[in-house]
Write a protein that binds this ligand. Structure first.
Ligand SMILES: Nc1ncnc2c1ncn2[C@@H]1O[C@H](COP(=O)(O)OP(=O)(O)O)[C@@H](O)[C@H]1O
Ligand SMILES: [Mg+2]
Length: 423
């Protein structure tokens, strides 16, 4: 018997529908259930061949549990190691390298110093940073958002440098990105499951939350066909490079070119009350089929994770470079350096103590934000948290509008006739 588990938090509709869909398919020796954790012991395998992770971004305990599970053979979706390593700024850079258009983006140091750091932790930053050059490159209006975030938290539209500084005041220890604003004629959110099934959903981010999927594609005819084909190609390209099996990619379309805005959503919103009935049905079906495939291909005694081509190619390159590796016989042990008594640090610190000469110089202030006078007016966030309170099904008046508009670039395998009859 192979078990598929789902690990989830506050969401109410997707997890049970997923479990029911897997079980309704009547696959021999495969069942799905909610994951149960009673204790977590190092190197102890779990009872699951596959776990769909919908919540470890908010519960670090689960992330650690999942890494241990993955080490012991569970196919954890999405790969918890990659998810931990990944963030949006890196993703944008990777997209550029693989030829997927993204908005021009720069990285900004946090407003507040990270806990337990001091001015001296920032000596490698040149003061002031090249703000003018960055502003020239990005232009205004722009977006400022966390380099590692989600759920529309701390996402700001900024109109000029002063506006940016004021809003930056609110961002604490978050590392922010300043990003070119894409003024778009069309906007899409695309589900990508198992790095092969793509659902392209027209999406209007300027609508209230419950109406965002009640949108229609504006491009027409051949232009629309070409656009959707390109979006599908880019969605697959990104997920294959990153190694996600369950993700959404957002595109803003400017002058007919889809530009990837947000593609680091490894636990994307799948709630029936936000995505609508038909999109929900597609996601449940595609996720169930993907989980079953992964359970079938699961092999005991090895890891069963998906890795993106970025990692696979990196590992391949280093393995293929034996000529630069030192010969085994030439390993020379480094001489032990006896520290002089007076230079031994008395207190333990996570930072390497700086050379005495360097310490004597005045350390440059890390960032220029302090120079900008604070203003009284509280900046408005572009949007509140993405997660809206779930609404009862009967009150959803947009079901019909949402239903026909998703464009299934590739239809997941159909539910078995048994399932269809049941519904
Ligand atoms: N560069 C941009 N140009 C235009 N709109 C943007 C840009 N960046 C973000 N947005 C808007 O802000 C929303 C939230 O930003 P996003 O990057 O998706 O963050 P999150 O991961 O928190 O959802 C997007 O859905 C989009 O509507
Ligand atoms: Mg988003």
């Amino acid at each position: 018997m192979k078990k598929i588990g789902i690990l989830f938090g506050m969401e109410n509709t997707f997890p049970q529908a997923f479990i029911d869909r897997v079980n309704s398919k009547g696959e021999k020796d495969i069942i799905a259930e909610a994951v149960t954790i009673e204790k977590v012991v190092q190197a102890d395998p779990t009872e699951y061949a596959v776990i769909i992770d919908r919540i470890s971004q908010d519960v670090p305990f689960y992330r650690a549990y999942l890494k241990n599970a993955a080490l012991c053979g569970t196919a954890v979706i999405n790969n918890p190691f990659w998810w931990s390593a990944d963030e949006k700024f890196f993703n944008n850079a990777l997209a550029e390298k693989i030829g997927v258009p993204v908005p021009k983006t720069v990285l900004i140091p946090s407003k507040e110093r990270p806990t337990d750091t001091s001015e001296t932790s920032f000596r490698n930053l040149k003061f002031p940073l090249a703000w003018e050059e960055m502003f020239q490159y990005i232009g205004f209006p722009a977006y400022m958002k966390p380099h590692d975030g989600g759920g529309w938290k701390s996402v700001y539209q900024v109109n000029d440098p002063h506006d940016m500084w004021r809003k930056h005041e609110e961002t604490g220890q978050l590392i922010m990105m300043l990003q070119e604003e894409i003024q778009f004629e069309d906007y899409f959110r695309c589900y990508c499951i198992g790095q092969k099934d793509v659902l392209i959903m027209p999406y209007e981010p300027r609508n209230p939350h419950h109406l965002r999927y009640a949108s229609e594609i504006k491009a027409k005819g051949e232009e629309a066909e070409k656009l959707l084909a390109t979006i599908k190609e880019y969605t697959l390209k990104l997920n294959i490079a990153l190694g996600y099996d369950f993700n959404t990619v957002e595109f803003a379309v400017r002058d007919g070119i889809p530009i990837a805005i947000d593609f680091c959503n490894p636990a994307p919103d799948a709630d029936i009350y936000s995505v609508g009935n038909d999109n929900f049905e597609w996601v449940v079906e595609a996720a169930a089929n993907m989980a079953i495939d992964r359970a079938k291909s699961h092999k005991s005694g090895q890891t069963n994770l998906t890795w993106g081509t970025f990692i696979k190619d990196s590992v391949g390159v280093s393995l293929q470079a034996p000529e630069i590796a030192p010969k085994a016989t030439e390993v020379v042990a480094a001489k032990t350096v006896k520290p002089k008594k007076e230079t031994v640090a008395k207190t333990e610190t996570t930072e390497t103590p700086a050379p005495v000469a360097a310490v004597k110089e005045k350390a440059p202030a890390p960032i220029a934000f302090e120079e900008i006078p604070k203003r009284k007016a509280a900046p408005e966030k572009v949007e509140a948290k993405e997660t809206a309170p779930a609404k009862p099904a009967v009150k959803v008046t947009t079901k019909k509008a949402v239903t026909p508009k998703a464009v299934t670039a590739e239809t997941p395998k159909k539910a078995s006739s048994k399932t269809t009859k049941k519904k």
